[in-house]
Design a protein around this ligand. Sequence first.
Ligand SMILES: O=C(O)CCC(=O)C(=O)O
Length: 507
Amino acid sequence: MLSIKRLLYQTRKIKKKNATRRKLRTQTPCKTKLPVREDDEVLEDPEEDGFKLTSASSQAYVVQPLGNLYLNPGSTNSRDTGLGNFHTLTDELVLEILGLLGDIELGVLATVSKSFYVFANYEPLWRNLVLENFSGGFRYNGTWKSAFISANYPAFNILNNGVQNLKIRDFYSDYLFQSWLCANLEMKPEWLERDNITRKKGISVEEFILNFEEPNKPVLLEGCLDDWAALKNWDRDYLLQLCGDVKFSAGPVEMKLKDYFGYSDQMREERPLYLFDPKFADKVPKLGSEYEVPVYFREDLFHVLGNERPDYRWIIIGPAGSGSSFHVDPNSTSAWNAVIKGSKKWIVFPPDVIPPGVHPSPDGAEVASPVSIIEWFMNFYGATKNWKKKPVECICKAGEVIFVPHGWWHLVINLEESIAITQNYVSRRNLLNVLDFLKRPNARTLVSGTRDRVNLHEKFKNAIEASFPGIIDEVTLREEEKKAQQKKPTFWDSVADSKAGAFKFSF
Ligand SMILES: O=C(O)CCC(=O)C(=O)O
Protein backbone atom coordinates (compact mmCIF):
# COMPACT_ATOMS: atom_id res chain seq x y z
CA MET A 1 0.00 0.00 0.00
CA LEU A 2 1.20 3.50 -0.76
CA SER A 3 2.32 5.43 2.25
CA ILE A 4 0.85 8.82 3.06
CA LYS A 5 4.18 10.46 2.28
CA ARG A 6 4.23 9.00 -1.22
CA LEU A 7 0.62 9.97 -1.74
CA LEU A 8 1.43 13.51 -0.80
CA TYR A 9 4.46 13.74 -3.05
CA GLN A 10 2.36 12.50 -5.89
CA THR A 11 -0.49 14.88 -5.10
CA ARG A 12 1.91 17.73 -5.43
CA LYS A 13 2.51 16.71 -9.01
CA ILE A 14 -1.14 17.19 -9.79
CA LYS A 15 -2.04 20.62 -11.08
CA LYS A 16 -4.12 21.55 -8.12
CA LYS A 17 -5.80 24.63 -9.51
CA ASN A 18 -7.81 22.38 -11.78
CA ALA A 19 -8.85 20.31 -8.82
CA THR A 20 -10.27 23.22 -6.84
CA ARG A 21 -13.72 22.46 -5.57
CA ARG A 22 -15.99 25.47 -5.39
CA LYS A 23 -19.00 26.30 -3.35
CA LEU A 24 -21.55 29.02 -3.89
CA ARG A 25 -22.78 30.86 -0.85
CA THR A 26 -24.35 34.13 0.10
CA GLN A 27 -22.03 36.94 1.10
CA THR A 28 -21.08 37.23 4.80
CA PRO A 29 -21.66 33.57 5.55
CA CYS A 30 -21.25 33.90 9.30
CA LYS A 31 -22.54 37.38 9.98
CA THR A 32 -25.40 35.65 7.76
CA LYS A 33 -12.03 11.49 4.50
CA LEU A 34 -10.06 9.44 3.55
CA PRO A 35 -7.18 8.40 4.73
CA VAL A 36 -4.59 6.44 4.61
CA ARG A 37 -3.29 5.10 7.74
CA GLU A 38 -4.46 2.59 10.15
CA ASP A 39 -2.72 4.20 13.10
CA ASP A 40 -2.61 7.79 14.27
CA GLU A 41 0.85 9.17 14.10
CA VAL A 42 2.55 12.54 13.68
CA LEU A 43 3.76 12.79 10.13
CA GLU A 44 6.63 14.99 9.17
CA ASP A 45 7.11 15.91 5.56
CA PRO A 46 10.77 15.79 4.70
CA GLU A 47 10.48 18.27 1.84
CA GLU A 48 10.65 21.92 2.69
CA ASP A 49 7.70 22.92 0.58
CA GLY A 50 5.72 19.86 1.55
CA PHE A 51 2.49 19.60 3.46
CA LYS A 52 2.34 18.69 7.09
CA LEU A 53 -0.38 16.53 8.51
CA THR A 54 -0.81 16.32 12.23
CA SER A 55 -2.56 13.13 13.14
CA ALA A 56 -4.33 11.56 10.23
CA SER A 57 -7.59 10.17 11.49
CA SER A 58 -7.71 6.45 11.17
CA GLN A 59 -9.98 5.04 8.55
CA ALA A 60 -9.38 1.64 7.13
CA TYR A 61 -9.94 2.49 3.51
CA VAL A 62 -7.69 4.44 1.22
CA VAL A 63 -8.55 7.03 -1.35
CA GLN A 64 -5.74 8.16 -3.58
CA PRO A 65 -5.46 11.24 -5.78
CA LEU A 66 -6.32 10.51 -9.41
CA GLY A 67 -2.76 11.27 -10.50
CA ASN A 68 -1.66 8.11 -8.73
CA LEU A 69 -3.69 6.01 -11.15
CA TYR A 70 -1.45 7.13 -14.00
CA LEU A 71 1.60 6.34 -11.94
CA ASN A 72 0.37 2.79 -11.28
CA PRO A 73 0.21 1.16 -14.69
CA GLY A 74 -2.03 -1.86 -14.74
CA SER A 75 -4.21 -0.67 -11.93
CA THR A 76 -7.90 0.01 -12.54
CA ASN A 77 -9.91 2.54 -10.61
CA SER A 78 -12.19 0.62 -8.25
CA ARG A 79 -14.17 3.86 -7.97
CA ASP A 80 -15.46 3.23 -11.51
CA THR A 81 -15.91 -0.53 -11.41
CA GLY A 82 -17.88 -0.34 -8.17
CA LEU A 83 -20.21 2.46 -9.28
CA GLY A 84 -21.73 0.60 -12.25
CA ASN A 85 -23.65 2.97 -14.52
CA PHE A 86 -23.02 5.80 -12.10
CA HIS A 87 -19.33 5.79 -12.94
CA THR A 88 -19.79 8.39 -15.68
CA LEU A 89 -21.01 10.95 -13.13
CA THR A 90 -18.55 13.26 -11.43
CA ASP A 91 -17.79 12.61 -7.78
CA GLU A 92 -19.57 15.84 -6.94
CA LEU A 93 -22.72 14.68 -8.70
CA VAL A 94 -22.62 11.24 -7.08
CA LEU A 95 -22.39 12.94 -3.69
CA GLU A 96 -25.14 15.37 -4.62
CA ILE A 97 -27.42 12.42 -5.39
CA LEU A 98 -26.42 10.59 -2.23
CA GLY A 99 -27.24 13.78 -0.34
CA LEU A 100 -30.90 13.16 -1.21
CA LEU A 101 -30.89 9.88 0.70
CA GLY A 102 -31.61 9.12 4.32
CA ASP A 103 -29.48 7.12 6.74
CA ILE A 104 -31.04 3.74 5.93
CA GLU A 105 -30.59 4.18 2.17
CA LEU A 106 -26.99 5.27 2.66
CA GLY A 107 -26.37 2.27 4.91
CA VAL A 108 -27.84 -0.11 2.33
CA LEU A 109 -25.96 1.55 -0.52
CA ALA A 110 -22.71 1.12 1.38
CA THR A 111 -23.14 -2.66 1.08
CA VAL A 112 -23.46 -2.61 -2.73
CA SER A 113 -19.77 -2.32 -3.55
CA LYS A 114 -16.58 -0.99 -2.05
CA SER A 115 -16.93 2.09 -4.19
CA PHE A 116 -20.42 2.84 -2.90
CA TYR A 117 -19.09 2.08 0.57
CA VAL A 118 -16.59 4.91 0.22
CA PHE A 119 -19.12 7.36 -1.18
CA ALA A 120 -21.84 6.44 1.33
CA ASN A 121 -19.40 7.01 4.19
CA TYR A 122 -18.48 10.50 3.03
CA GLU A 123 -18.60 12.43 6.30
CA PRO A 124 -20.30 15.64 5.06
CA LEU A 125 -23.32 13.50 4.06
CA TRP A 126 -23.64 12.29 7.65
CA ARG A 127 -22.98 15.76 8.99
CA ASN A 128 -26.01 17.01 7.04
CA LEU A 129 -28.12 14.14 8.34
CA VAL A 130 -27.11 14.85 11.94
CA LEU A 131 -27.75 18.58 11.69
CA GLU A 132 -31.08 18.07 9.88
CA ASN A 133 -32.34 15.40 12.26
CA PHE A 134 -30.92 16.41 15.61
CA SER A 135 -30.13 20.09 15.13
CA GLY A 136 -27.58 20.95 17.85
CA GLY A 137 -28.65 18.11 20.14
CA PHE A 138 -26.05 15.59 19.06
CA ARG A 139 -22.96 14.19 20.77
CA TYR A 140 -20.01 14.24 18.44
CA ASN A 141 -17.86 11.22 19.09
CA GLY A 142 -15.21 11.16 16.40
CA THR A 143 -17.22 10.97 13.19
CA TRP A 144 -20.55 12.34 12.03
CA LYS A 145 -21.69 8.87 11.04
CA SER A 146 -21.17 7.52 14.52
CA ALA A 147 -22.78 10.67 16.00
CA PHE A 148 -25.84 9.92 13.85
CA ILE A 149 -25.93 6.27 14.77
CA SER A 150 -25.48 6.81 18.48
CA ALA A 151 -28.21 9.49 18.50
CA ASN A 152 -30.65 7.44 16.41
CA TYR A 153 -29.82 3.89 17.47
CA PRO A 154 -28.32 4.15 20.97
CA ALA A 155 -28.19 0.37 21.36
CA PHE A 156 -26.04 -0.11 18.24
CA ASN A 157 -22.31 -0.17 18.84
CA ILE A 158 -20.76 1.07 15.63
CA LEU A 159 -17.23 0.45 16.81
CA ASN A 160 -17.85 -3.27 17.23
CA ASN A 161 -19.69 -3.94 14.02
CA GLY A 162 -16.66 -4.92 12.02
CA VAL A 163 -17.15 -2.80 8.90
CA GLN A 164 -14.55 -0.29 10.04
CA ASN A 165 -11.96 -2.80 8.94
CA LEU A 166 -13.03 -2.93 5.32
CA LYS A 167 -9.96 -2.55 3.12
CA ILE A 168 -10.31 -0.52 -0.05
CA ARG A 169 -7.56 -0.49 -2.63
CA ASP A 170 -7.11 1.22 -5.95
CA PHE A 171 -9.74 3.87 -5.33
CA TYR A 172 -8.73 7.12 -7.00
CA SER A 173 -10.62 10.40 -6.64
CA ASP A 174 -9.27 13.93 -6.50
CA TYR A 175 -12.50 15.23 -5.01
CA LEU A 176 -12.53 12.85 -2.07
CA PHE A 177 -8.77 12.97 -1.60
CA GLN A 178 -8.78 16.76 -1.56
CA SER A 179 -11.56 16.78 1.01
CA TRP A 180 -9.59 14.49 3.30
CA LEU A 181 -6.36 16.39 2.71
CA CYS A 182 -7.95 19.75 3.56
CA ALA A 183 -9.40 18.33 6.76
CA ASN A 184 -6.03 17.04 7.91
CA LEU A 185 -3.60 19.65 6.68
CA GLU A 186 -1.84 22.08 8.99
CA MET A 187 -1.17 25.66 7.97
CA LYS A 188 2.24 25.79 6.26
CA PRO A 189 4.72 28.20 7.86
CA GLU A 190 5.08 30.11 4.57
CA TRP A 191 1.35 30.92 4.66
CA LEU A 192 1.88 32.66 7.96
CA GLU A 193 5.06 34.57 7.26
CA ARG A 194 3.82 37.75 5.59
CA ASP A 195 2.88 40.38 8.14
CA ASN A 196 2.55 43.76 6.47
CA ILE A 197 -0.27 45.44 8.36
CA THR A 198 0.33 48.78 10.06
CA ARG A 199 0.38 48.32 13.84
CA LYS A 200 -0.39 51.14 16.24
CA LYS A 201 -0.42 51.41 20.00
CA GLY A 202 -1.95 54.26 21.98
CA ILE A 203 -2.90 56.48 19.03
CA SER A 204 -5.54 59.14 19.52
CA VAL A 205 -9.03 58.86 18.04
CA GLU A 206 -8.16 61.79 15.73
CA GLU A 207 -5.09 59.96 14.42
CA PHE A 208 -7.15 56.83 13.86
CA ILE A 209 -9.77 58.75 11.89
CA LEU A 210 -7.22 60.71 9.84
CA ASN A 211 -4.87 57.87 8.98
CA PHE A 212 -7.11 54.82 8.87
CA GLU A 213 -10.86 55.37 9.00
CA GLU A 214 -11.02 58.33 6.60
CA PRO A 215 -8.71 56.74 3.98
CA ASN A 216 -10.44 53.37 4.62
CA LYS A 217 -7.25 51.44 5.50
CA PRO A 218 -6.88 48.49 7.86
CA VAL A 219 -4.81 48.79 11.02
CA LEU A 220 -3.99 46.50 13.91
CA LEU A 221 -4.44 48.23 17.26
CA GLU A 222 -2.48 47.02 20.25
CA GLY A 223 -3.17 47.64 23.90
CA CYS A 224 -6.72 48.93 23.63
CA LEU A 225 -8.37 45.95 25.32
CA ASP A 226 -6.21 46.11 28.42
CA ASP A 227 -9.14 47.15 30.62
CA TRP A 228 -11.50 44.44 29.42
CA ALA A 229 -12.63 42.01 32.10
CA ALA A 230 -13.11 39.60 29.18
CA LEU A 231 -9.39 39.64 28.47
CA LYS A 232 -8.66 38.53 32.01
CA ASN A 233 -11.57 36.16 32.53
CA TRP A 234 -12.59 34.50 29.31
CA ASP A 235 -11.25 31.09 28.75
CA ARG A 236 -12.92 27.78 28.18
CA ASP A 237 -13.37 26.97 31.91
CA TYR A 238 -14.81 30.38 32.73
CA LEU A 239 -17.26 30.30 29.83
CA LEU A 240 -18.31 26.75 30.60
CA GLN A 241 -19.03 27.68 34.17
CA LEU A 242 -20.88 30.85 33.19
CA CYS A 243 -22.91 29.53 30.28
CA GLY A 244 -22.02 25.91 29.46
CA ASP A 245 -25.72 25.03 29.13
CA VAL A 246 -26.66 28.06 27.06
CA LYS A 247 -27.29 27.44 23.37
CA PHE A 248 -25.35 29.53 20.86
CA SER A 249 -25.53 29.64 17.06
CA ALA A 250 -22.96 27.39 15.44
CA GLY A 251 -23.42 27.35 11.66
CA PRO A 252 -26.96 26.22 10.89
CA VAL A 253 -27.78 25.03 14.41
CA GLU A 254 -27.95 26.18 18.03
CA MET A 255 -25.74 24.18 20.39
CA LYS A 256 -25.03 24.19 24.10
CA LEU A 257 -21.59 25.66 24.64
CA LYS A 258 -20.42 22.49 26.43
CA ASP A 259 -21.53 20.37 23.45
CA TYR A 260 -19.80 22.74 21.05
CA PHE A 261 -16.50 22.29 22.90
CA GLY A 262 -17.14 18.53 22.96
CA TYR A 263 -17.45 18.66 19.17
CA SER A 264 -14.56 21.01 18.53
CA ASP A 265 -12.19 18.92 20.67
CA GLN A 266 -12.73 15.83 18.58
CA MET A 267 -13.51 17.04 15.10
CA ARG A 268 -11.12 17.00 12.20
CA GLU A 269 -13.10 18.63 9.46
CA GLU A 270 -12.46 20.69 6.43
CA ARG A 271 -15.06 23.26 7.47
CA PRO A 272 -15.59 23.04 11.22
CA LEU A 273 -18.82 24.36 12.68
CA TYR A 274 -18.08 27.89 13.89
CA LEU A 275 -19.77 29.42 16.91
CA PHE A 276 -20.84 32.87 15.74
CA ASP A 277 -23.69 34.33 17.79
CA PRO A 278 -25.25 37.80 17.44
CA LYS A 279 -27.51 37.38 20.49
CA PHE A 280 -24.84 36.37 22.99
CA ALA A 281 -25.27 39.45 25.17
CA ASP A 282 -29.04 38.97 25.40
CA LYS A 283 -28.54 35.31 26.25
CA VAL A 284 -25.78 35.94 28.80
CA PRO A 285 -25.78 39.63 29.85
CA LYS A 286 -22.52 39.16 31.78
CA LEU A 287 -20.73 38.49 28.51
CA GLY A 288 -21.95 41.84 27.22
CA SER A 289 -20.81 43.61 30.38
CA GLU A 290 -17.24 42.27 30.30
CA TYR A 291 -16.10 44.20 27.27
CA GLU A 292 -16.55 47.72 25.98
CA VAL A 293 -16.28 49.21 22.51
CA PRO A 294 -12.72 50.55 22.01
CA VAL A 295 -12.64 54.36 21.86
CA TYR A 296 -11.99 54.40 18.11
CA PHE A 297 -15.31 52.82 17.22
CA ARG A 298 -17.73 54.52 19.57
CA GLU A 299 -19.64 56.50 16.95
CA ASP A 300 -22.16 53.99 15.66
CA LEU A 301 -24.99 55.67 13.81
CA PHE A 302 -27.00 52.47 13.33
CA HIS A 303 -28.04 52.84 17.00
CA VAL A 304 -30.70 55.32 15.84
CA LEU A 305 -32.64 52.31 14.55
CA GLY A 306 -33.04 50.89 18.07
CA ASN A 307 -34.32 47.31 17.95
CA GLU A 308 -34.52 47.44 14.19
CA ARG A 309 -30.80 47.83 13.65
CA PRO A 310 -29.25 44.90 11.78
CA ASP A 311 -27.26 42.39 13.84
CA TYR A 312 -24.08 44.15 14.83
CA ARG A 313 -22.11 42.20 17.43
CA TRP A 314 -21.04 38.61 17.68
CA ILE A 315 -19.11 36.34 19.99
CA ILE A 316 -16.92 34.06 17.90
CA ILE A 317 -15.49 30.77 19.17
CA GLY A 318 -13.77 28.13 17.08
CA PRO A 319 -10.97 25.56 17.06
CA ALA A 320 -7.78 25.73 15.02
CA GLY A 321 -8.74 25.53 11.35
CA SER A 322 -12.14 27.17 11.76
CA GLY A 323 -12.69 30.63 10.35
CA SER A 324 -14.40 32.80 7.79
CA SER A 325 -13.88 32.38 4.05
CA PHE A 326 -13.55 35.43 1.79
CA HIS A 327 -16.39 37.90 2.13
CA VAL A 328 -17.14 41.60 2.42
CA ASP A 329 -18.94 42.70 5.57
CA PRO A 330 -22.69 43.30 5.53
CA ASN A 331 -24.48 46.48 4.56
CA SER A 332 -21.22 48.27 3.70
CA THR A 333 -20.37 48.59 7.40
CA SER A 334 -16.86 48.71 8.81
CA ALA A 335 -15.88 46.35 11.61
CA TRP A 336 -13.49 45.72 14.43
CA ASN A 337 -12.52 42.25 15.61
CA ALA A 338 -10.88 41.78 19.02
CA VAL A 339 -9.08 38.54 19.89
CA ILE A 340 -9.54 37.55 23.52
CA LYS A 341 -7.94 34.08 23.42
CA GLY A 342 -5.92 32.38 20.72
CA SER A 343 -4.83 33.92 17.43
CA LYS A 344 -6.17 34.52 13.93
CA LYS A 345 -4.47 34.79 10.57
CA TRP A 346 -6.04 37.60 8.48
CA ILE A 347 -5.79 38.18 4.74
CA VAL A 348 -7.40 41.40 3.57
CA PHE A 349 -7.81 42.81 0.04
CA PRO A 350 -8.97 46.35 -0.82
CA PRO A 351 -12.44 46.78 -2.36
CA ASP A 352 -11.09 47.09 -5.93
CA VAL A 353 -9.17 43.78 -5.78
CA ILE A 354 -11.16 40.58 -5.89
CA PRO A 355 -9.07 37.85 -4.24
CA PRO A 356 -7.83 35.05 -6.48
CA GLY A 357 -10.19 32.08 -6.60
CA VAL A 358 -13.15 34.21 -5.50
CA HIS A 359 -16.00 34.94 -7.93
CA PRO A 360 -18.76 37.27 -6.76
CA SER A 361 -22.01 37.31 -8.74
CA PRO A 362 -22.59 40.53 -10.72
CA ASP A 363 -25.10 41.80 -8.15
CA GLY A 364 -22.73 40.96 -5.28
CA ALA A 365 -25.30 38.80 -3.48
CA GLU A 366 -23.42 35.51 -3.88
CA VAL A 367 -19.83 34.41 -3.97
CA ALA A 368 -18.31 31.27 -5.45
CA SER A 369 -15.07 30.34 -3.74
CA PRO A 370 -13.06 27.25 -2.85
CA VAL A 371 -14.89 24.84 -0.56
CA SER A 372 -12.65 25.58 2.41
CA ILE A 373 -10.15 28.08 3.71
CA ILE A 374 -7.35 25.52 3.57
CA GLU A 375 -8.23 24.77 -0.05
CA TRP A 376 -7.88 28.49 -0.80
CA PHE A 377 -4.43 28.52 0.79
CA MET A 378 -3.35 25.39 -1.09
CA ASN A 379 -4.50 26.59 -4.48
CA PHE A 380 -4.50 30.38 -4.46
CA TYR A 381 -2.35 31.87 -1.72
CA GLY A 382 0.79 31.39 -3.82
CA ALA A 383 -0.70 33.54 -6.60
CA THR A 384 -0.84 36.58 -4.30
CA LYS A 385 2.95 36.60 -4.07
CA ASN A 386 3.24 38.01 -7.56
CA TRP A 387 0.25 40.29 -7.45
CA LYS A 388 0.87 43.99 -7.83
CA LYS A 389 -1.72 44.74 -5.16
CA LYS A 390 -0.62 42.40 -2.42
CA PRO A 391 -3.10 41.71 0.36
CA VAL A 392 -2.64 43.13 3.83
CA GLU A 393 -1.82 40.25 6.17
CA CYS A 394 -1.26 39.72 9.86
CA ILE A 395 -1.67 37.40 12.80
CA CYS A 396 -3.95 39.04 15.34
CA LYS A 397 -3.20 37.78 18.84
CA ALA A 398 -5.03 37.92 22.15
CA GLY A 399 -5.35 41.54 23.29
CA GLU A 400 -5.19 42.93 19.74
CA VAL A 401 -7.90 44.43 17.56
CA ILE A 402 -8.04 44.66 13.80
CA PHE A 403 -9.96 47.43 12.03
CA VAL A 404 -11.63 46.09 8.87
CA PRO A 405 -12.67 49.02 6.67
CA HIS A 406 -15.92 48.77 4.71
CA GLY A 407 -15.79 47.01 1.36
CA TRP A 408 -12.53 45.12 2.06
CA TRP A 409 -12.50 41.40 1.27
CA HIS A 410 -11.24 39.32 4.14
CA LEU A 411 -10.46 35.73 5.05
CA VAL A 412 -9.70 34.62 8.60
CA ILE A 413 -8.44 31.32 9.97
CA ASN A 414 -7.99 30.49 13.64
CA LEU A 415 -4.49 29.19 14.32
CA GLU A 416 -5.51 27.77 17.70
CA GLU A 417 -8.75 27.66 19.63
CA SER A 418 -9.85 31.28 19.68
CA ILE A 419 -12.43 33.47 21.37
CA ALA A 420 -13.21 36.88 19.88
CA ILE A 421 -15.72 39.69 19.80
CA THR A 422 -16.53 41.56 16.61
CA GLN A 423 -18.78 44.54 15.97
CA ASN A 424 -19.91 46.20 12.75
CA TYR A 425 -20.68 49.88 12.79
CA VAL A 426 -21.49 52.99 10.78
CA SER A 427 -19.68 56.21 11.58
CA ARG A 428 -20.06 59.44 9.67
CA ARG A 429 -17.03 58.35 7.60
CA ASN A 430 -19.03 55.53 5.98
CA LEU A 431 -22.58 56.85 6.43
CA LEU A 432 -23.03 57.67 2.74
CA ASN A 433 -21.75 54.25 1.65
CA VAL A 434 -24.19 52.53 3.95
CA LEU A 435 -27.10 54.68 2.76
CA ASP A 436 -26.17 53.97 -0.88
CA PHE A 437 -25.90 50.26 -0.15
CA LEU A 438 -29.30 50.09 1.54
CA LYS A 439 -30.84 51.88 -1.45
CA ARG A 440 -29.58 49.43 -4.10
CA PRO A 441 -32.29 47.98 -6.34
CA ASN A 442 -31.57 44.47 -5.08
CA ALA A 443 -31.51 45.50 -1.41
CA ARG A 444 -33.88 42.63 -0.69
CA THR A 445 -31.12 40.12 -1.42
CA LEU A 446 -28.16 42.23 -0.36
CA VAL A 447 -29.14 43.68 2.99
CA SER A 448 -28.59 41.26 5.86
CA GLY A 449 -29.00 40.83 9.59
CA THR A 450 -32.50 42.29 9.79
CA ARG A 451 -36.08 41.34 8.91
CA ASP A 452 -37.11 44.46 7.02
CA ARG A 453 -34.52 44.54 4.26
CA VAL A 454 -36.52 46.60 1.80
CA ASN A 455 -37.43 49.60 3.93
CA LEU A 456 -34.21 49.84 5.89
CA HIS A 457 -32.90 52.69 3.78
CA GLU A 458 -35.94 54.90 4.41
CA LYS A 459 -36.05 54.00 8.08
CA PHE A 460 -32.34 54.67 8.61
CA LYS A 461 -32.36 57.93 6.68
CA ASN A 462 -35.38 59.24 8.56
CA ALA A 463 -34.03 58.18 11.93
CA ILE A 464 -30.65 59.79 11.20
CA GLU A 465 -32.27 63.03 10.11
CA ALA A 466 -34.42 63.06 13.23
CA SER A 467 -31.51 62.40 15.61
CA PHE A 468 -28.77 64.33 13.80
CA PRO A 469 -30.41 67.04 11.68
CA GLY A 470 -28.17 68.17 8.82
CA ILE A 471 -25.60 65.36 9.20
CA ILE A 472 -26.30 63.84 5.79
CA ASP A 473 -25.85 67.21 4.03
CA GLU A 474 -22.72 67.80 6.06
CA VAL A 475 -21.04 64.51 5.11
CA THR A 476 -22.20 64.87 1.49
CA LEU A 477 -20.54 68.27 1.30
CA ARG A 478 -17.35 66.91 2.85
CA GLU A 479 -17.32 64.05 0.40
CA GLU A 480 -17.66 66.45 -2.54
CA GLU A 481 -14.87 68.62 -1.19
CA LYS A 482 -12.69 65.55 -0.80
CA LYS A 483 -13.33 64.50 -4.39
CA ALA A 484 -12.64 68.00 -5.69
CA GLN A 485 -9.41 68.02 -3.68
CA GLN A 486 -8.37 64.72 -5.21
CA LYS A 487 -9.08 66.06 -8.73
CA LYS A 488 -7.27 69.36 -8.14
CA PRO A 489 -4.04 69.35 -10.20
CA THR A 490 -0.82 69.27 -8.27
CA PHE A 491 1.82 71.94 -8.82
CA TRP A 492 3.62 69.70 -11.31
CA ASP A 493 0.39 68.85 -13.14
CA SER A 494 -0.36 72.53 -13.48
CA VAL A 495 3.04 73.44 -14.84
CA ALA A 496 3.34 70.47 -17.18
CA ASP A 497 1.59 70.96 -20.50
CA SER A 498 0.87 67.37 -21.25
CA LYS A 499 -0.51 68.06 -24.76
CA ALA A 500 2.61 69.87 -25.85
CA GLY A 501 4.76 67.29 -24.08
CA ALA A 502 6.75 70.09 -22.53
CA PHE A 503 6.85 72.13 -19.35
CA LYS A 504 4.97 75.41 -19.24
CA PHE A 505 5.95 78.13 -16.83
CA SER A 506 4.09 81.37 -16.28
CA PHE A 507 5.05 84.11 -13.89
O1 LIG B 1 -13.61 34.55 11.97
C1 LIG B 1 -13.40 35.68 12.37
O2 LIG B 1 -13.01 35.97 13.49
C2 LIG B 1 -13.63 36.81 11.41
C3 LIG B 1 -15.01 37.20 11.35
C4 LIG B 1 -15.25 38.07 10.18
O3 LIG B 1 -14.77 37.92 9.14
C5 LIG B 1 -16.09 39.14 10.33
O4 LIG B 1 -16.39 39.44 11.49
O5 LIG B 1 -16.46 39.75 9.33
